[in-house]
Design a protein around this ligand. Structure first.
Ligand code: ZN
Length: 316
């Protein structure tokens, strides 16, 4: 029993020793914390004591933190006093507006999604309205003619080289003579009063029309040099002998010869090149007298489909 008691007495001594050591550590730590606190306040005791007051200390210390938190978007300090919270309230509506902003941006975004559709539609509509009567700016005469499906193209969008001078097509001339022979049976004396014209000849003609009617009017019925289909040697201006008053005139289409050509020219390889109502496609007003040789097969196809050469070749 004694031994047990003495054992307890012996054990108490180290226990007290540890209590004293712990107290010493607490004192040292408290002193260190106090010293650190005073060091934060310029070693001034009053300032350090005032800093312990929650209301005033928070105002001083939190305000700079608020700027940082508002800039960095950090969560507000939990123990912040009322004044910083009130000053932060303006920031809360800002963050609240942010969710509102995307919905406000959504309608414009959807409108932007619709806008391209509306913008894409006009170009699609403008394509058929493409005006082939207008010469392209700065379009120079090419070194080679445009040939599609073995057809030499000559219009305001596809000019010919200035040096392109094939002369009148013998094949086209032969086809015309055969056609003329048949028309004579119906007492229609066809004549081709203008066929091949080279660049220089077209220039003289065009310049004369411009001087007479002005360029805007001349561009409707005459081609600028390099742009005339007559330079291909495959275009035939057709009239009737003895009916010169209808030559190169809209009235030719109402004559017996003009109507006969409309119904039969395709059988000889000729197509009415500038039909009525196709000025925006062909580039020229209706010319009842201007026929273009393309060969019997193609002429019959173009006639059956009732399209222009541009549409038939897919260049409009
Ligand atoms: Zn012509």
């Amino acid at each position: 029993m004694q031994s047990r008691y003495s054992m307890n007495q012996k054990n108490k001594k180290p226990f007290l020793k540890w209590i004293l050591i712990s107290l010493g550590i607490v004192v040292v730590l408290a002193g260190g914390v106090s010293a650190y606190w005073m060091s934060l306040h310029n070693w001034d005791i009053e300032e350090s004591l005032e800093a312990l007051s929650p209301s005033e200390a928070a105002v001083e210390t939190v305000e700079p933190k608020e700027d940082v938190s508002s800039q960095e978007g950090e969560a507000p300090m939990p123990e912040e006093p009322q004044s910083p919270i009130e000053s932060e309230k303006p920031a809360e509506p800002e963050s609240a507006e942010k969710p509102e902003t995307p919905p406000a941006e959504d309608p414009p975004a959807s409108e932007e999604g619709k806008a391209p559709e509306q913008e894409e539609t006009p170009p699609a509509k403008e394509q058929p309205v493409k005006d082939a009567t207008i010469y392209q700016d700065n379009l120079k005469l090419p070194a080679q003619p445009t040939i599609i499906n073995n057809v030499v193209i000559a219009n305001k969008q596809h000019p010919l080289p200035q040096s392109y001078a094939p002369g009148e097509s013998k094949e086209a001339r032969a086809a015309f003579e055969a056609m003329r022979a048949e028309a004579l049976k119906a007492k229609i004396d066809l004549t081709a009063f203008s066929t091949y014209r080279d660049f220089a000849r077209q220039k003289v003609l065009y310049d004369g029309y411009v001087a007479k009617d002005g360029q805007q009017a001349a561009d409707r019925y005459s081609a600028r040099p390099g742009y005339s289909e007559h330079q291909t040697g495959l275009a035939f201006d057709i009239g009737e002998t003895g009916q010169e008053q209808h030559w190169a005139s809209a009235t030719f289409g109402d004559t017996k010869g003009g109507k006969w050509l409309m119904d039969n020219a395709h059988r000889y390889g000729f197509i009415l090149r500038y039909p009525e109502g196709a000025e925006k496609i062909t580039g020229y007003m209706h010319e009842s007298w201007h026929y273009r040789y393309v060969g019997k097969e193609m002429a019959a196809d173009v006639y059956a489909k009732g399209v222009t050469l541009e549409e038939y070749l897919g260049i409009y």
